[in-house]
Design a protein around this ligand. Structure first.
Ligand code: GNR
Ligand code: NI
Length: 173
């Protein structure tokens, strides 16, 4: 298991659409193990493969609040039903460091996906898990939560992040 580098906005990679995975093999599982390590180390409650630079439709999530870890692995997740009712959560994103905003999304969703062993599964998600799943599936389409903000707010955040990146580049190089 290894911690990988998380890409941050603005990075054109994050805007790519991720590709479907054909079968869950050992390489897929190695990637999912690394993603989980990376997510726990960050720390975060979810991570999409594109955030570590791999454009595959793979996400990992752990929204458990207790000491006990409850990792969830989703390959090719697909929303089959979305609730008509919305819920608002303050969202953050490991690829948009230090920025948080209230985002409204359907409060429940049903998804199908392949699990860690490549078996087909269905899940009815509510609450924070439903929000997190939708946030991660957005990543697979190249969408970030800041895309739902006004142009003004989004531009402000992107400008701030590019400036921070330029400063960091100077220090690192
Ligand atoms: O760690 C995360 N917290 C979070 C909080 C509210 C809604 C979504 C999230 S996901 C985020 C980790 C992340 O960037 N996943 O892509
Ligand atoms: Ni995110």
């Amino acid at each position: 298991m290894a911690i990988r580098k998380i890409l941050t906005e603005p990075d054109p990679f994050l805007r790519q659409k991720s590709h479907e995975v054909y079968g869950v093999d050992d390489e897929t599982r190695k990637l999912m193990d690394d993603m989980l390590d990376t997510m726990y180390a960050a720390p975060g409650i979810g991570l999409a493969a594109i955030q570590v630079g791999i454009p595959k439709r793979i996400i990992v999530i752990d929204t458990s609040k207790e000491e006990e870890k409850k990792p969830l692995y989703f390959v090719n997740p697909k929303i089959i039903i979305k609730s008509k009712n919305n819920a608002t959560y303050e969202e953050g994103c490991l690829s948009v460091p230090g920025q948080f905003a209230e985002i409204e999304r359907p409060d429940k969703c049903h998804i199908n996906y392949l699990d860690y062993n490549g078996n087909s599964q269905e899940l009815k998600a509510v609450g924070l898990l439903a929000t997190c799943i939708q946030h991660e599936i957005d990543h697979l389409e190249g969408i970030l939560f800041i895309d739902y903000l006004s142009k003004l707010k989004k531009n402000f955040i992107v400008k701030k992040l590019s400036k921070q990146k330029k400063i960091l580049e100077r220090i690192v190089v």
